[in-house]
Design a binder for this molecule. Structure first.
Ligand code: AFP
Length: 326
């Protein structure tokens, strides 16, 4: 079987990018081991602080963040690191050619209940080599990403990755400690009857999203003429993994629940890397109307509505928004 190292050697055009991915995935092995030990490794429960997003941090949020930050800061190719958990980006090696952004532990409300969580990462070029990196340097559209991926710590640990025009998947072999290639061309079907949304927010959505959910709930008795099914992991990484495996729709739409925020998910740590994977696997990723990868960020922590997955379903939601003049 092909290891991650062999794959990167053959398929990544940029050795520095490969090296950064190796650093992230090595830390991922330690996070995976800690999760397997769970309570026995004293990783469950609250850390007792809030992050920059005003969310309670879990012990493993803090641990995973610190481990990734430390390892990446030592990588000579890394000019700066931005984390969902930290107020500002951390400058690293000013001669490095790359910037990396990560969500160290996505879906952290799942940690204490032994459910799937993940690590998401996005790699951008660094344009000011020789100077210390700043938050501003990270403000690049998702279309500029050189690579993106996630580690899913589920019943097994998996890596989904894109370093070229393809999306591939690896499974971590607990015996050898290697990531082994299990799918060398991930593709998402254009049609689906499965959708993921936190429907408890229905009253906060805009009209077209309410209409969409009304239609899929009506199923074969409504305008869609067929039944749909709901799935919700409460960790984006788990929902995206399901979509890469068997298609589907994932949305965390615009809502008015969070004052002054355009939704819950973070553009640079969640939406951009996942959108790159979804598009390269043949799917579509929008904020309901606009392509996510074209959004010019204004803040490293900005939030964005997300609608992504099987192409025809994402496009259907886009048409509903256009009809409603959104
Ligand atoms: P946490 O990492 O704070 O648990 O948030 C996870 C997340 O950003 C994303 O991964 C999920 O899809 C979404 O939030 C879950 O949101 P709900 O709490 O509304 O279910």
């Amino acid at each position: 079987m092909i290891t991650l190292a062999q794959y990167l050697n053959e398929h990544s055009a940029n050795a520095a990018v490969s090296d950064l991915i190796t650093t992230v995935t090595e830390v991922g092995k330690t996070i995976s081991q800690l999760l397997q030990k769970g309570a026995l490794a004293d990783i469950l429960g609250e850390a007792g602080n809030q992050n920059v997003q005003g969310e309670e941090q879990k012990k493993l949020d803090v641990l995973a963040n610190d481990m990734l930050l430390k390892a990446l800061a030592q990588n000579p190719h890394c000019a700066g690191v931005a984390s969902e958990e930290l107020d500002h980006a951390t400058p690293a090696n000013k001669d490095g050619s790359l910037l990396i952004l990560f969500d160290p532990l996505d879906g952290s409300s799942n940690i204490d209940i032994n459910m799937a969580v993940g690590t998401i990462f996005s790699i951008l070029p660094y344009q000011r080599q020789g100077h210390s990196s700043e938050d501003q340097d990270f403000l690049q559209a998702g279309s500029q990403q050189l690579a993106a991926g996630y580690l899913l710590y589920g019943t097994s640990t998996m890596l989904a990755l894109s370093v070229n025009d393809k999306v591939v998947m690896f499974s971590l072999d607990p015996d050898s400690g290697d990531y082994l290639l299990i799918n060398d061309h991930v593709q998402i079907a254009a049609d689906t009857s499965e959708y993921a949304i936190n429907a408890s927010n229905y009253r906060y959505w805009r009209k077209p999203m309410q209409q969409y959910i009304d239609e899929v709930i009506a199923g074969e008795t409504g305008v869609r003429g067929r039944d749909f099914n709901t799935r919700w992991v409460a960790a984006m990484v788990g929902d995206i993994h399901r979509i890469l495996c068997r298609g589907g729709l994932f949305t965390y739409p615009f809502d008015t629940k969070y004052a002054n925020k355009a939704g819950k998910l973070r553009l640079m740590y969640e939406a951009n890397p996942m959108s790159l994977l979804i598009e390269r696997a043949g799917g579509m990723a929008t904020n309901a109307v606009t392509r996510i990868l074209d959004i010019e960020p204004t803040d490293i922590h900005q939030r964005v509505p997300v609608v992504l997955g099987s192409k025809n379903e994402v496009d259907y939601i886009k048409q509903l928004h256009i009809q409603h003049g959104e």
